[in-house]
Design a protein. Structure first.
Lengths: 78, 193
């Protein structure tokens, strides 16, 4: 019985765990479950990879012309 | 005749402080652009928004308190300008309740792919599909995701930038990520969000 219940709780802890928002005892509890549960561990790793992939997908370099335009907005030196 | 000299010194000091401030603000431009690019739909709008942000930041440099969080100060100008640009008119569409938990996307991808390791599952998401799915997250939720996940701001900083309570940052982030994953499921496995 207990197993599915623990996985459900672990799922709820996924976001705050990855955001480092759990307190120490919650974090330890989640980590202990993750060490023992392949099902949850896989899903945590996926979520972590997903965040990295989203960040990379959104990484569009700033156009050089824009950089030059911004510099031209500076106050002229006296 | 000490007065004109004192004045001249003060003016010179101020010019130096201002130049240093502008230098520091310009060093942040890549980060500012990265966030701006995901807050608005097109590259042109992002460029305009960043230019307007810098013009205003340079103009109102005196309102920045040295030693405080310059990145957050700048981003606050940017998000306010973005709202001024008419975004306030857009209403957040009603989001239907989402019963799925956080394992939802992984489970859907695994179901359609059979047993696969998670790296290969993630690889099925193309850059275009991610960018598109993020752009379709309603802006209240997207703003928080962009600030935290792309801009690297803490919950506290995001709350300060958007002028909302930290609890709202957390709930929007949580909800927004679920909406994003639901959008990704749609493109990855052709499923209705």
């Amino acid at each position: 019985m207990g197993f599915e219940h623990i996985c459900e709780k672990c799922e709820e802890m996924l976001q705050p765990f990855l955001d480092r928002e759990l307190d120490e005892s919650e974090r330890r509890e989640a980590q202990a479950h993750l060490d023992a549960c392949h099902y949850c561990a896989k899903r945590y790793r996926f979520e972590e990879d997903l965040r990295t992939i989203v960040r990379h997908a959104c990484d569009e370099p700033m156009p050089a012309e824009l950089k030059a335009k911004l510099a031209s907005l500076r106050t002229p030196l006296l | 005749m000490a007065e004109p000299e004192t004045n001249a010194r003060r003016i010179a000091e101020e010019a130096r402080d201002r130049a240093r401030f502008e230098e520091e603000v310009l060093e942040l431009s890549d980060q500012v652009y990265r966030v701006a690019r995901r807050l608005v739909p097109t590259r042109e709008e992002a460029e305009d928004l960043v230019q307007d942000t810098y013009a205003r930041a340079f103009r109102s440099w005196r309102s920045y308190t040295p030693g405080t969080n310059l990145r957050a100060w700048l981003m606050r100008i940017l998000t306010n300008l973005n709202i001024d640009r008419g975004r306030r008119d857009q209403r957040t569409p009603d989001i239907r309740p989402m019963e799925e938990g956080d394992y939802f996307l992984y489970n859907r991808l695994e179901e359609t792919a059979g047993a696969e390791d998670e790296e290969r599952i993630v690889e099925r998401l193309s850059q275009d599909s991610i960018v598109r799915a993020l752009s379709q997250v309603p802006h209240d939720f997207r703003d928080v995701i962009v600030l935290v996940d792309i801009g690297d701001f803490s919950y506290q900083e995001a709350a300060q930038i958007l002028d909302i309570p930290i609890g709202t940052v957390m709930s929007r982030l949580h909800r927004g990520r679920r909406i994003l994953k639901s959008g990704l499921a749609e493109v990855a496995v052709g499923e209705e969000g």
